[in-house]
Design a protein around this ligand. Sequence first.
Ligand SMILES: Nc1ncnc2c1ncn2[C@@H]1O[C@H](COP(=O)(O)OP(=O)(O)O)[C@@H](O)[C@H]1O
Ligand SMILES: [Mg+2]
Length: 250
Amino acid sequence: MKTKPIISVHELVKNYPNSNHNALNSICLTISEGEVMGLLGPNGAGKTTFFSILCGLLLPTRGKVVIDGKSLDKEQNLIKQQIGVVPQDIALYPTLSGRENLFFIGRMYGLKGSDLKNRVDEALTNFGFDENRNKAVKNYSGGMKRRINLIAGILHQPKIILLDEPTVGIDVQSRIAMMEYLKNINQQQNATIIYTSHYMEQAAQFCDKVAILDEGNILEKGTPNELIEKHNCDNLEEVFIQLTGKKIRD
Ligand SMILES: Nc1ncnc2c1ncn2[C@@H]1O[C@H](COP(=O)(O)OP(=O)(O)O)[C@@H](O)[C@H]1O
Ligand SMILES: [Mg+2]
């Protein structure tokens, strides 16, 4: 049983300055260590805002976040080392190669020498990069950029991995390969993974739990099967449409 809470969020509110509604509306959520959690919601639901608060990029308006037993407002630096973020918007240097980008980012996390080199080359090989690992990122396809972006976020082997729409814009095979790779890390390193996605089928397959977020509120949480049964639906997408009244953008 996975029961040790690694992230607990209590009555979390985010109100952006000059906004007349809360991007997050008193969210409560607990995520257990080693869990894969899908945060599912339409555009504007508050997914990226939630991640930005967890990784310390944004300050909450109110509420409490405890990560691995540490309070986010007091021990942010310690927490940051435990978290790997794969942002929705790709954050790479276009004129550097994929490999150079990874070396640069790895050094920022304090990795060096043969350990850094081995991690970078192993990950590049695992993600199907051959000699193109040495080409400039600006010449990569969208899917290749997404894969480098992913490796960059997990190179330091964080305990918690936050992925914001990691598989948008890539083909089905690469999407499955990416999720399988993440599942492996989850199982071998007991990493906790939270990811946002528009792909309900993928979420139902890979997530231990899902939370459905809309307009800053968590409408439902549980295992995919629990939600499907509770709402008398055939699949998670139907649950989503029933709860939010919205179709997912693809
Ligand atoms: N920097 C910002 N300033 C003001 N409002 C913002 C900002 N970023 C996001 N929002 C608003 O907060 C809400 C949640 O946005 P976001 O977290 O980006 O949602 P999602 O990632 O689920 O699409 C939306 O209403 C969005 O317009
Ligand atoms: Mg977003």
